[in-house]
Design a protein around this ligand. Structure first.
Ligand SMILES: C[S@@+](CC[C@H](N)C(=O)[O-])C[C@H]1O[C@@H](n2cnc3c(N)ncnc32)[C@H](O)[C@@H]1O
Length: 255
């Protein structure tokens, strides 16, 4: 087995891969916003004139969803160029050319110079933040998003939750025992990481517990405003269930 650790470059190459590009482009064209996403966007981003920033926009599934809900000042960025290209074409096709797309990395200290400091709200949807390998790097992304947002701005994002069900708790106890013996997948960076392949291509994902996220928010200047599992927020269609598994939604506010 390959033993090189997964890096941000691995993740970026996986998202630029044809399988991933087709998967996320299809969802951007056909699936659109989940009910849970729409519910929380409308609850926490009531001002349709606010300047919003979407990190990890991929092929534009959420970006175009925001546009269709009536938000008109949207800047969206992703570090996978192929996905940003797809998002840009979809925006042109849907007469949403006023959306600004950028190719950028959420962990880049130059992010504020590239995007400005003016955002009244930010989103990092469908677990994108958890696809950054290394906790220090995920905190760096939260720190950069903090820098580009105004005080009081909401940040909406999702993660998995290792404690979400009794089955998951058992599986993660077994994984903890593998780490204790040094028998974990050597490509993983930290406990909680997974790296797997399916119809969307290769996927790196860090699965946190709830306390980890609370600590990361507190360490990067965000106050916790809300969290709940998706199933507690809305009943999703079978198409959404086929595209994505259960997750925890989070809203934090910039201090
Ligand atoms: C699961 S996809 C979600 C895409 C889109 N938001 C959606 O919901 O369909 C996660 C996205 O986060 C992006 N991403 C991961 N790490 C990133 C980083 N450090 N900077 C910018 N984008 C990143 C990936 O390229 C990918 O497009």
């Amino acid at each position: 087995m390959e033993t090189k650790k997964i890096t941000p470059a691995t993740v970026r190459a996986d998202f630029n891969d044809l399988l991933a590009v087709v998967h996320y482009t299809r969802a951007a064209h056909g699936l659109g916003l989940w009910r849970s996403e729409r519910t929380l966007i409308e609850r926490f981003f009531p001002d349709r004139t606010a300047h919003l920033l979407e990190a990890g926009c991929g092929a534009g599934r959420v970006t175009l969803g925001l546009w269709e809900l009536g938000y008109r000042q949207i800047t969206a960025f992703d570090f996978a160029e192929e996905l940003v290209d797809q998002a840009q074409s979809l925006a042109a096709e849907r007469n949403a050319g006023a959306i600004t797309f950028q190719h950028a990395d959420a962990t880049d200290p130059e992010l504020p110079n590239l995007l400005g400091y003016t955002f009244s709200g930010a989103l990092f949807m469908f677990n994108g933040l958890m696809q950054i390998p290394g906790r220090a790097n995920r905190r760096q992304a939260l720190h950069e998003l903090h820098r580009v947002c105004r005080p009081g701005a909401p940040l909406l994002f999702t993660t998995h939750d290792r404690d979400a069900s009794p089955t998951e708790r058992v599986l993660w106890r077994l994984e903890a025992a593998r780490w204790a013996r040094g028998e974990q997948d050597p490509r993983l960076v930290e406990f909680g990481d997974r790296y797997f392949a399916d119809e969307a291509g290769r996927t790196f994902m860090h699965l946190p517990d709830r306390q980890e996220i609370l600590d990361d928010l507190a360490a990067t200047g965000w106050t916790h405003a809300f969290d709940a599992m998706r199933g507690e927020i809305a009943r999703e269609s079978s198409a959404v269930h086929a595209f994505s598994d259960e997750c925890r939604f989070w809203v934090a506010r910039r201090v």
